[in-house]
Design a protein around this ligand. Sequence first.
Ligand SMILES: *Cc1c(COP(=O)(O)O)cnc(C)c1O
Length: 411
Amino acid sequence: MDRKVTQQVTRATFDEVMVPNYAPSAIIPVRGEGSRVWDKEGKEYIDFAGGIAVTALGHSHPTLVNVMREQAGQLWHLANIMTNEPALRLAKKLTEKTFADRVFFANSGAEANEAAFKLARRYAFDHFGPEKHEIIAFNKSFHGRTLFTVSVGGQAKYKEGFEPTPGGIQHCDYNNIEQLKAIISDKTCAVVMEPIQGEGGIIPADKEFAQQVRELCDQYNALLVYDEVQSGVGRTGTFFAYEQLGVTPDVLTTAKALGNGFPVGAMLATEKAAKSLAFGTHGSTYGGNPMACAIAEAVIDIIDTPEVLAGVKERHDIFVAGLEAINEKHHVFKDIRGMGLLIGAEVIDSLAGKAGTFITAAAEEGLFVLVAGPNVLRLAPSLIITKEEITEGLTRLEKAIVKAVADAKAA
Ligand SMILES: *Cc1c(COP(=O)(O)O)cnc(C)c1O
């Protein structure tokens, strides 16, 4: 192949050769270090986006680079006709650190959820019969983009035009126990929830609501499935967010930060629930490969330490204080919320639908940020971002907000 041709790619190439399901920005980053990223022109950015809550240890973390290099020279892949040491070590650590007794490895959040939803169906089938198959999830929730996971997800726009979708799925409002009580029944096999809704707008579960959901699941013999794909692996200041709610799920899914950008997902389950994914019921070619598991093991060794987790809480306070200070001067947010380093700032009504303009304005100032829906600015930076980077990033954010608001007024 002619190397020159491949080197000449630009943003315009995207519109020629890629399926148009994404609309990426004009920036093409080529290098990252910690919480800083550089594009092709050498422009530097501070990363408050973390690849959507993925690069929890920043870019090119030296330990992870070494682990990856070492594993790359040893063994990449075996398929699940054989097990491997990194997978066994990672599974052992995940079970030691959580409520779970058993682990299933996948390659993404959606796949981890797919396994969880299939497990819920199969568990109910095994113990109660085929009638008990209904899954309840919450409006605005996000669980991935496969057909089953968009169906369980509570956002209609992701299902449109893909019907018929799998049946036996119901939705009700998050943090509204009366609505859940009205639809849960002996036919319910699982209630699925994010302990803090991410894509839905950074909406934390009320503690009391979370506990009542647990009680209802017990009452109706339904499994409680926590989707911690976004909230897990230290993001909220504890290893998993459920620890802060006083609730223990039966099944939990994780991905995003688990591999710090290397694709890996996991479904964690109690012994009793896990039994229903008996030999031959489910599988994945890449799931649990030694490369992904070696990296994930190193990620959790670094993140699940008192220093890093306490650092998340400290950084949360700095971010919130910074956003509040910006808001006092410019009056752009009506609510600043979140857990740990998953932070949302909802724009005031006169800026409704305009949160996305902050992304472009921020990039111009040299800053990556995210949104969660049309009205919420979302920050999900590295858990070990330095305080200098936070301060500098917030300065850039303020400039971006001033510009975006001026543009919105002029429009
Ligand atoms: C990102 C996300 C998913 C989907 O993960 P993928 O790796 O993109 O498949 C599922 N659930 C939640 C809560 C997420 O934030």
